[in-house]
Design a protein around this ligand. Sequence first.
Ligand code: MN
Length: 272
Amino acid sequence: MTTTRRRFLTGASIAAAGMLVGPSGTLMGQQSPASAGPADPGLIEDLVAAYRILAQEGIMDAYGHVSARHNRDANRFFMSRSLAPALVTADDLIEYDLDSNPVNLKGRAQYSERFIHSEIYKARPDVRAVAHSHSPSIVPFGVSSVPIRPVYHMAAFIGDGLPIFDIRKAVGMTDMLVSNAVRGRALAQALGNKVAVLMRGHGMAVVGPALPYAVGRSIYLELNARVQAQAMGLGGGVTYLDPEEARKVMESGENRGYERPWELWKMKALGK
Ligand code: MN
């Protein structure tokens, strides 16, 4: 192929050359990455449960998504096709590589913000689950100068505070969506080694070493935000957990794996 010909095949002319451009901007004719094979059925069940639980607990409405790293391959993860969380079933899950390329798209629509997940998995080898939501009580703390602080032991994982990702400071004027790798990388950078990052004017991303952590932390972050706003609204001073107390709660292992609520949430969400 000549240089001229190659130049001709870039950009909009690709469609003219007979190749289809998918809704996400990827080339339909492009090779999909290979599958890492079937996941542990327990992981798939927990991921479906995670979607249902986050919807049921009011963390997600028709928007938001949760993902889990593949148990067989750290370079693959699963998340739903573009769908309201309460409606997700195992058949809706898509396997992705860490550049957010789908393994088994089958023409389905994808979440535009899947790069939140892929870039966090790239940056954080310890993370095995990611949840992104527009958690309503969290949004004020992303736009206010008042920082979120742990008001009770269930939110001790907040520690001495959480970072805020301001997409405008990171990449300039946007439609607020983390819909490409550059934006995803900037978000992952803001998250650093923390358990969650607030997203200014948008919501939050929460991570964990397994699905119950990402789900449990999302739920208790929402509750902490609500309770903190109530405490501040009383008008007096507010005493937060000291970072040392927060550290001791985490060390004691109390509530850390969310085993007790996970069983309850899953039963309520899946009806079994
Ligand atoms: Mn979003």
